[in-house]
Design a protein around this ligand. Structure first.
Ligand code: CP
Length: 311
């Protein structure tokens, strides 16, 4: 069956419309219900997903691979693209995209360079998914995050949401702020001065009439928020490691913070976490980050099936 997403790429959050989000979330929910009842899906029977990762990943790569297997399809994969693919011999992403289109029905790529997924897609003739391009975008994580917020909070509209941590380098918060911005949130952007959200993102949200409060005070923001989305300080994006050493540990979610937060606050994190959420918080009922990671399965099943017209 075809839909508005059949044959499309998912490269940039700016191309994702409200109707696309609704379709992905509804399809994911349907798939999740089938699996929960012990059912099996064969939507992608005989089809192949190519997984090309040039940067480390556990959650995105394995959830895409699991998603394809749960849909009855097959996976060809490189997790060591930067070391063990023909990129080492000088092949361009454009050429790799052309070549992969002869092997696979759909592809997901992660790469350290902003714009890399677009370069790959320019060569590819099959649907391409951006699994993270440097510090710029991570659109499928944002869809996982919306699905999680919808399930945890009962809806997406008019929420007060704190995005905290490394807002400069965190591609997940760049993508989530754009998509969640469609649902009339009030945002609190909490970071050290050196790691503020890029000005073009904050300005674009404000131009759309969205209230954005920028602060370094996590306690104040959490006391007013329905959702607190914490991120890791991204060591691998720092040229100056002494700056990373100074900033790491700036924010830690512990029970003292929870006790001073808005009642029932939902805690999210794209994972992996380092030291920014105490493990004691895992037992707090509003700690949603492992449920959020699990939601990567049905969301990525929905994306694969929708882009290939196999939903
Ligand atoms: N959330 C996320 O992108 O995690 P990985 O880097 O492990 O894929």
């Amino acid at each position: 069956m075809t839909s508005v997403l059949t044959g499309k790429d998912i490269l940039h959050v700016k191309d994702i419309k409200l109707e696309h989000i609704s379709l992905v979330l509804e399809t994911a929910s349907r798939f999740e219900q089938v699996l929960a009842l012990g059912g099996r899906l064969f939507n992608m029977d005989g089809k192949v997903l190519a997984v090309l990762f040039y940067e480390p990943s556990t959650h995105t790569r394995l959830s895409f691979e699991t998603a394809m297997l749960r849909l009855g399809g097959h996976v060809v994969s490189t997790s060591q693209g930067a070391l063990a693919s023909s990129a080492v011999k000088g092949e361009t992403l454009y050429d790799t995209g052309k070549m992969i289109s002869g092997y696979a029905d759909i592809a997901v790529i992660r790469h350290m360079l902003p714009g890399s997924a677009q370069d790959f897609a320019n060569g590819a003739s099959v649907p391409v998914i951006n699994g993270g391009d440097g510090a710029r975008e991570h659109p499928t994580q944002a869809l996982v995050d919306l699905y999680t917020i919808q399930k945890e909070r009962g809806g997406l509209n008019n929420l007060a949401v704190t995005l905290a941590g490394d807002l400069k380098n965190g591609r997940t918060v760049h993508s989530l702020s754009w998509l969640l911005g469609k649902y009339g949130p009030r945002f609190y952007f909490v970071s050290p001065e050196e790691l503020r959200m890029p000005a073009e993102i904050t300005q674009a949200l404000r131009d759309d009439g969205i209230e954005v409060v920028e602060t370094s005070n996590l306690y104040e923001a959490a006391s007013k928020s329905d959702v607190l989305y914490m991120t890791r300080i991204q060591k691998e994006r720092f040229d100056d490691l002494s700056l990373f050493e100074r900033l790491k540990g700036t924010y830690v979610i512990n029970f003292d913070l929870i006790e001073n937060s808005k009642s029932g606050i939902t805690i999210m994190h794209p994972l992996p976490r380092t030291d920014e959420i105490d493990r004691e918080i895992d037992n707090y009922e509003g700690a949603a980050y492992f449920r959020q990671a699990a939601n990567g399965g049905p969301i990525r099943m929905a994306i694969i099936a929708l882009l290939t017209g196999c939903e």
